[in-house]
Design a protein. Structure first.
Length: 277
């Protein structure tokens, strides 16, 4: 069931009412439907809170210049509305940045984190490239960036053999309003400075995952994120790009489920996860 908060956030809650909570935060240009490949592998044991960020899907437009703190406040307000004390936060791409911001802002509410395909500090060439895409989106809207995005997000063969899925994701991205999309894209491009070398440090158990071919959110970035969070683990998925959660759900969902289960059953310090080169 989908509901809207008084503040204008569209969300859904599924799974056992008394179960531990898992909060899903989507990435730039997407919406809560992007979790359709993960929710079935979690909902039997966990209460799943899934929502649209401001400026995306059915949620309202941001009422201030977008930044990570604004999206962190949106999550805090949503948890308050749902009477949720804390949960494990799973964030994809921009959602992974928001998860890290929230873990700094409200450490007592972040029971654990899974950061999927999310950036760390970029080199000059990569930063120049993303800022050019922000400007392209500013001038011509999200439809001007989507084709190149699909090439970065999916492997060539998968993209070629799944045209209906590509059309669905095109529709999600191009539905974003031009006058807001580029402002949120700017957060993806420059918000990283808020969360690199976090101070105060993030203390919750964390798993960081990316694909070996996710060049915008590289294995080195995943390892750098993990290195800044005590006890964090990183996992690199071979031969996958940015949207592995849609291209190869089993490769993502299995370690995510095992990690979340471990927070309920064993000490995180005794968890061993494979790291793939």
């Amino acid at each position: 069931m989908t509901t809207i908060t008084p503040d204008g956030t569209i969300y859904s809650l599924t799974g056992p009412e008394t179960a531990p909570v898992v909060i899903l935060i989507h990435g730039l240009g997407l919406n809560k439907n992007c979790w359709q490949w993960m929710i079935p592998d979690l909902v039997d044991r966990y209460r799943i809170l899934n929502y649209d960020l401001y400026g995306h899907g059915g949620s309202r437009m941001p009422n201030a210049t977008p930044n990570l703190s604004l999206f962190s406040e949106q999550l805090a307000d949503l948890l308050n509305h749902c009477a949720i004390t804390n949960g494990v936060i799973v964030g994809f791409s921009l959602g992974g940045m928001i998860a890290r911001r929230f873990a700094q802002d409200a450490p007592d509410r972040s029971k654990g984190m899974v950061i999927l395909h999310s950036p760390h500090k970029r080199n000059m060439a990569a930063q120049t490239a993303i800022l050019k895409r922000v400007e392209q989106a500013r001038n011509m809207g999200p439809q001007s960036t989507i084709e190149a995005a699909l090439e970065r997000w999916f492997t060539d063969d998968f993209r070629a053999f799944n045209p209906k899925l590509m059309d669905t994701i095109r529709q999600w991205v191009t539905a974003n309003p031009k006058d807001v999309y580029h402002k949120i894209y700017q957060v993806l491009a420059t918000g990283i400075d808020e969360i690199v070398k976090p101070n105060p440090p993030v203390a919750c158990p964390t798993l960081v995952i990316t694909g070996s071919e996710d060049f915008g959110n590289s294995p080195d970035m995943a390892r750098a994120i993990a290195s800044e969070i005590e006890g964090a683990k990183s996992l690199i998925l071979k031969k996958l790009r940015h949207m592995a959660l849609a291209e190869a759900p089993e490769a993502v969902n299995k370690p995510v489920r095992e990690f979340i289960d471990s927070l309920e059953s064993v000490s995180y310090t005794h968890l061993t996860l494979p790291t793939k080169a």
